[in-house]
Design a protein around this ligand. Sequence first.
Ligand SMILES: *[C@@H]1O[C@H](CO)[C@@H](O)[C@H](O)[C@H]1NC(C)=O
Length: 168
Amino acid sequence: MSINPLMAVLGAIFLLVATSSPSASAVALKVASIDPCTVADFPALCRGTIKGQTNVNAATDVAIRELMKRTRQAKEMAAKELKRDGGVATCLSNFNSAFDNLDKALKNIKENDGFSLNINLSAVLTDYDTCSDAMKESREINNVIYKSAGVLYQMADNCLALSTLVKH
Ligand SMILES: *[C@@H]1O[C@H](CO)[C@@H](O)[C@H](O)[C@H]1NC(C)=O
């Protein structure tokens, strides 16, 4: 999880623009306007989340709301398993932070602020990654919280990819 997903997406877009004719990149954008999940790193997970939504703002909004729902569930699990120390405590505080950042991201979409949206969603990815690292460090990778953090990370990665289609 050390590759910055934003850089990966920007890199892919750059390659596309640099190596192909303008019409080819126009085609790629057209495809994304039919199925926004073509830009996602985890397209199957993305499609299961946005449920046929083709409007990119709406798709990103739906994906963020679904991730907030899953994060709330993960917070409840972490709160039940909370011990004085260990990775779960780190996860609980990072899930809280992720939830707040996702809430900010929803506002960013409403305000068509693609720049802040990108930064706030990147912060969400870091939150889940910090949880995973803490669980690894305290040797709790068989814990369900570790597994949830992995899925939440993939969903956040998809949100970030979708957000690159939102107009700035
Ligand atoms: C995140 O979004 C909020 C608005 O909801 C905004 O005030 C803040 O500047 C954004 N964060 C960054 C780092 O852009």
